[in-house]
Design a protein around this ligand. Structure first.
Ligand code: FAD
Ligand code: SF4
Length: 473
């Protein structure tokens, strides 16, 4: 237990963010770092809960009260050991996890949860800085070979555990660098890519083989891979974006968020020059369709690219400021989220449907929208458009950020004849096995688009199942 009365004495203190006028001038991380003394005091706020609901809320089952206690006592090394026992990559989740643990924290009943996510990133960064984290290649090799396809957090977690267990793992990635959405989706201002490189370097030193620029299902067939490896793990993500069927969709200047965001990350990485970026918000009125996190990332990126105006619209109603009665603690609070990107300056509208795209000379100039009202009928939400409210929002760059429907089916999945579920995600059984012998799957390609922490949890689970399978073999 940390300090039994800590939460009574110490107020919640967050590290806070860099000032807006400073941070919109660059793509560096927005969040600041708290000094070690304050950080340890924040850990002291973790109470001796009979049932630690934070632990229940964390998809990787992080031993939160245990490492908070060690952190409070200043035993950073032991805190790191406890943290690493359940989470392969606390440096990712500590930066970008929406922290369901904090929603479930008992202190959140009073609205001031323990700063669990920030404590997590503080522990792992201290561990790197102090040199507690060193490459630890497995002491023996099993002689079994595993191919992991897709290097996002699910593939990285699976590859990491399987390699540490002693199997020889090759991680295949179609992009030029590994990391999946950690590298090419999530903007640098949320997570610096040096953090991804640091972890990948460590994994390579531990014996992981990474092959980038290789699309399985095109450069190498899935069937060929099955011949070459003892087990296959598919972690290709949910790359098929949801489209918007409306008149004018074919106009120039309308792009999926994932056509726009990776370009800026590539510019930041020096992979392309800013002047060669084919989709930029500079000097444009930007309209983002989709009110979620991906849309918010488009807001922050557009602002940094010096857009003239940024507007984000969402078809669903505006979430409440406080939990609704049917959304009690300790569940994830479905309340209005104002991200750091929103704070940087954008208009946001809810209950707004897109009717039509307008354009001149084949270029988009505006989006016709109408208000909608939502009704609850027979336990089902229905939507009614109000024609009289139709108006045009001027826009010369429209970004579609309405989520992802399922993994890309063409290529690998059709090549292997993999069975899909009703949502066209890869169908797996309890042990993450697909309908094909020795082919396993995990991450967003199985669950649908979700969170980094869920992808890591899924990667850890599939690794354990593959290990069991290989041992039986
Ligand atoms: C813009 C954006 C922002 C997000 N922000 C957050 C956030 O702040 N916090 C959070 O928790 N979650 C966030 N998410 C969600 C999170 O990134 C995903 O849930 C997570 O990355 C899924 O991990 P994954 O490993 O299953 O797949 P991915 O990260 O999608 O990785 C799949 C990898 O497989 C590769 N691949 C696909 N097909 C092949 C093939 N045939 N051969 C070889 N390689 C292949 C892809 O190139 C990709 O690198 C965000 C998502 C997006 C799009
Ligand atoms: S991984 Fe996410 S849910 Fe788990 S402890 Fe960290 S911030 Fe909380």
């Amino acid at each position: 237990m940390a300090d039994i009365n800590g939460f009574l004495k110490i107020k919640k203190k967050e590290a806070g963010n860099r000032p807006i006028n400073e941070r919109i001038g660059d793509h560096s991380e927005v969040e600041q770092v708290l000094n070690s003394e304050d950080r340890m005091l924040q850990a002291s706020r973790c109470m001796d809960c009979g049932i630690p609901y934070c632990h229940w809320g964390c998809p990787v089952d992080n031993l939160i009260p245990e490492w908070n206690e060690l952190l409070y006592k200043g035993d950073w090394k032991s805190a790191y050991m406890r943290l690493a026992a359940t989470n392969n990559f606390p440096e990712f989740t500590g930066r970008i996890c929406p922290a369901p643990c904090e929603h479930a924290c008992v202190l959140n009943i009073g609205g001031e949860p323990v700063t669990i996510r920030e404590n997590e990133v503080a522990i792992i960064e201290r561990a790197f800085a102090e040199g507690y984290i060193k490459p630890e290649p497995p002491k023996f090799r099993t002689g079994k070979k595993v191919a992991v396809i897709g290097s996002g957090p699910a593939g990285m977690a699976a590859a990491d555990l399987l390699n540490k267990t002693g199997h020889l793992v090759t991680l295949f990635e179609k992009d030029e660098k590994a990391g999946g959405l950690l590298r090419y989706g999530i903007p640098d201002f949320k997570m610096n890519k040096a953090v991804v490189d640091r972890r990948l370097d460590l994994m390579i030193k531990e014996g992981l083989i990474i092959k980038t620029g290789v699309t399985i299902g095109k450069d190498i067939s899935g069937k060929e891979l099955i011949e070459l490896f003892d087990a296959i793990c598919i972690t290709i993500g949910a790359g098929h974006p949801r489209d918007l069927v409306a008149e004018g969709r074919e106009l120039n200047g309308i792009h999926f968020a994932m056509e726009f965001l990776p370009l800026q990350n590539r510019v930041n990485a020096g992979q392309i020059h800013a002047s060669a970026n084919p989709i930029t918000a500079e000097g444009k009125n930007v309209l983002i369709i989709g009110g979620g996190d991906t849309g918010s990332d488009c807001v922050g990126t557009s602002i940094r690219q010096k857009a003239v105006s940024v507007t984000q619209i969402e078809i669903l109603p505006k979430p409440p400021l406080k939990r609704a009665e049917n959304n009690p603690w300790p569940y994830f609070g479905k309340i209005l989220k104002t991200s750091t990107s929103h704070e940087e300056g954008c208009e946001r509208y809810w209950s707004l449907a897109t009717v039509k795209f307008h354009g001149v000379d084949n270029n988009v100039t505006g989006v016709e929208v109408e208000d909608v009202i939502w009704n609850l009928k027979d336990n089902r939400h229905t939507m009614e458009g109000l024609q009289a409210t139709r108006r045009i929002i001027p826009a010369d760059l429209v970004l579609l950020a309405m989520g992802f429907v399922h993994p890309v089916l063409e290529g690998l999945l059709t090549d292997l004849d993999l069975e899909l579920d009703k949502r066209k995600n890869i169908k797996v059984d309890q042990s993450h096995l697909t309908n094909r012998q020795k082919v396993f799957a995990a991450g967003d390609s199985v669950s649908g688009a979700t969170l980094v922490v869920n992808a890591i949890a899924s990667g850890r689970k599939v690794a354990k199942e593959i290990d069991k399978f290989l041992r039986k073999e």
